[in-house]
Design a protein around this ligand. Sequence first.
Ligand SMILES: [Zn+2]
Length: 138
Amino acid sequence: MAIKLEKVVETFYQKLEEGKIMGKKCTKCGAVEFPPVYACNSCGCWDMEWVEISGKAKMHSIVMPAPLSTKPEYKNLGKYAYGEIELEEGSRFNGVVRGMTKKKRKEILAAGKLPVPCHAAIYQRDGYKTVVFDLDEE
Ligand SMILES: [Zn+2]
C-alpha cells in the first residue's frame, strides 16, 4: 500500500515537470479526485485512471496565514492565502492562492463575491514543482 501510494505521488510530480496537472478519475462513477488519491472518495472504487485537470476552479473561502505560521517554503510566493478550492471537475480541497492580501480578501467578502473564480498554476519550489492557484483577472 505504502509503495503504491508513493508511485501515485511520483507520477503526479513527474507530470508537473511536463507542465501537466493530473488528477485521478474513477472508472466506475467518473468522480475526479485531486490531489490524486488511490481510491475513489465517492464510491470507494480502486480502479482510477490519470486525467489532466482543466485547472479551472472556484475559491469558496479565504484564510489568511497567521504571521508565525508562514511557511518558509512559500517565501518566494509573495502574498498568498489558504482557501477551500473546488475544481471544475468537482473535487474540493484546501489550496494555496497567490496574490491574496488582507485588503483583497476584505473587498471580496464585502462584495459578497465568494466563491471567486481562480485557476491552477504550477509553482517552482526548491527542487520540485507544486500546484498553487491564481485568481482569475476581473
Ligand atoms: Zn467512484
